[in-house]
Design a protein around this ligand. Structure first.
Ligand SMILES: [Zn+2]
Ligand SMILES: [Zn+2]
Length: 236
């Protein structure tokens, strides 16, 4: 795990293809327990290798692509068969709860035996932003913001519309009078190619002029020579 501060660590920083970096995923400590944000296909082996199974109290997904949700099934079964524990899966909206139920029903018929679905409102430190259609057409997706003590954190998920991120960060700052731009930590996906559904690095560089940004969901080893972003993968 790449530790960002005492509350947040990256389990992986890569994308669908750069899986040797782990799929992008963070483990966040909240007052209600530790929340794993995303559990892609390459995250599950890492969870076992780093002996993190017992540290995951909740799972929260940004969307249902394989590099974000593909490790959920093995995680659920491993938790159940090693500790008799149900995985608590958080959902931001009733629509996403239904989508999750449909998804999990594809690999387990008696879902209620293994999984407890919990509304995200149970974790007051986390708010969501609906980013549906701004990563993949028609696909439900979410970004999340975290208020952890004095720390304000924004996590973009996969998102191709940086104006959504900017708006959320501005609202977070407004809701916390006295907080300055430098108090926000923006964890944002990026891409070195310009295409729909992801944030081109030159766009993210503009945001990084206003707020501290750590980029993820890319292979930082392939960053263009003119790229000035800081990467979560090398932040430790
Ligand atoms: Zn992804
Ligand atoms: Zn995706």
């Amino acid at each position: 795990m790449i530790r960002i501060n005492e509350d947040i660590g990256f389990l992986g920083t890569g994308n669908m293809w750069s899986y040797d970096l782990g799929n992008s995923s963070i483990l966040v400590r909240t007052g209600e327990g530790n929340v794993l944000v995303d559990c892609g296909y390459a995250n599950f082996p890492r969870i076992l290798e780093e002996d993190l199974l017992g540290q995951i109290d909740f799972v929260l997904l940004t969307h249902l692509h394989g590099d974000h949700a593909g490790g959920l099934h093995p995680l659920i079964l491993k938790k159940f068969y090693t500790g008799g524990e149900k995985v608590k899966v958080l959902y931001a909206t009733p629509d996403f709860r239904d989508e999750l139920t449909k998804y999990m029903s594809c690999f387990m018929s008696d879902m209620g035996k293994y999984v407890e679905l919990v509304p995200l409102s149970n974790i007051p430190e986390i708010q969501y932003v609906d980013t549906t259609g701004r990563h993949s057409k028609g696909l439900m997706s979410y970004a999340y913001s975290f208020v952890l003590g004095k720390r304000l954190i924004y996590y973009s998920g996969d998102l191709g519309d940086i104006s959504v991120s900017e708006k959320c960060i501005e609202e977070m700052l407004k809701a916390h009078p006295g907080a300055k731009a430098g108090d926000v930590l923006v964890l944002h996906e990026t891409s070195f190619k310009e295409y729909f559904g992801h944030t081109y690095y030159k766009e993210l560089e503009k945001l990084a002029k206003k707020y501290p940004v750590l980029a993820y969901h890319c292979d930082h080893r392939n960053a263009p020579s003119d790229c000035r972003l800081k990467f979560a993968a090398v932040s430790a």
